[in-house]
Design a protein around this ligand. Structure first.
Ligand SMILES: [Zn+2]
Length: 246
């Protein structure tokens, strides 16, 4: 097979299609990994929220215990109040009861506040649980979709790689090393079309010399861009106009 502009263009396209497919094959798992990292952050937030809820419940128990204690104390004082004979003692117990009653109302307020906190934390836990569930389901669906496509994409890639190897048979032995080097350097864009009235390499946008342009038109041997080193081929309009003039 000769290294015509058409064959070189086809080879370039095969490389580009293979690259696009490779990108798709790697971008899927990357997306999954990124979503999993985001999910992990949500899961950590959920754990923190659960802990806060647990702490709020413990605090409520503590306040309830304190309230119970002070209520018992007040009841005891009330019993004593009925038993004392001296006025001074009576007054002292009454003061004590008043003091404990103010503690009691404070504990009651604390309990109400604890209930509000528990309510708030429980809502936060429910919200995060729903989010974690939804994100987990989405990731599972995405993974399945990617896995389902991966097999056929990998098969397509193998076909393209075989087509590239076949297409590379147009590269003469003498230029094989140079070709390998630019493939290693530029990947799928190691080939570049040469376009425009003066002929510019579309890899680096540098105008090629008249000599290179002649080489390209004659198509006798391979031409490489003097500036970037890419393997050049004539872009379609030039090819068509060249053919017309021939
Ligand atoms: Zn160039």
């Amino acid at each position: 097979m000769p290294a015509t502009a058409e064959n070189l263009r086809d080879l370039h396209h095969l490389h580009q299609r293979a690259r696009a497919l490779r990108d798709r094959l790697t971008s899927g798992p990357k997306t999954v990994a990124a979503r999993q990292a985001a999910l992990q952050i949500r899961q950590n937030e959920l754990e923190t929220a659960k802990k806060a809820l647990q702490e709020a419940k413990v605090l409520l128990k503590k306040h309830e215990h304190l309230l119970q204690g002070v209520e018992t104390k007040i009841d005891d004082y009330k019993v004593k109040l009925n038993q004392v004979k001296k006025n001074e003692e009576y007054k002292a117990i009454q003061n004590q009861i008043a003091h404990d009653a103010s503690s009691k109302s404070k504990f009651e307020e604390d309990i109400l506040h604890a209930f509000d906190t528990i309510d708030e934390k429980a809502k936060e836990v429910a919200r995060l649980e729903a989010e974690v569930k939804r994100a987990g389901d989405e990731i599972a669906n995405l993974k399945k979709q990617i896995d389902d496509q991966a097999a056929s994409q990998a098969a397509q890639l193998r076909e393209l790689e075989a087509a590239i190897i076949a297409g590379e048979s147009i590269i003469p032995e003498a230029h094989r090393d140079q070709y390998r080097r630019i493939i290693a350097r530029y990947g799928a864009d190691a080939l570049a079309a040469c376009e425009g009235p003066d002929g510019a390499c579309l890899g680096c946008y540098t105008a090629v010399t008249a000599q290179v342009m002649n080489e390209l038109i004659n198509g006798v041997s391979l031409s490489f861009c003097m500036s970037c080193g890419r393997l050049l081929y004539l872009a379609e309009p030039e090819l068509v106009s060249t053919r017309r003039t021939v």
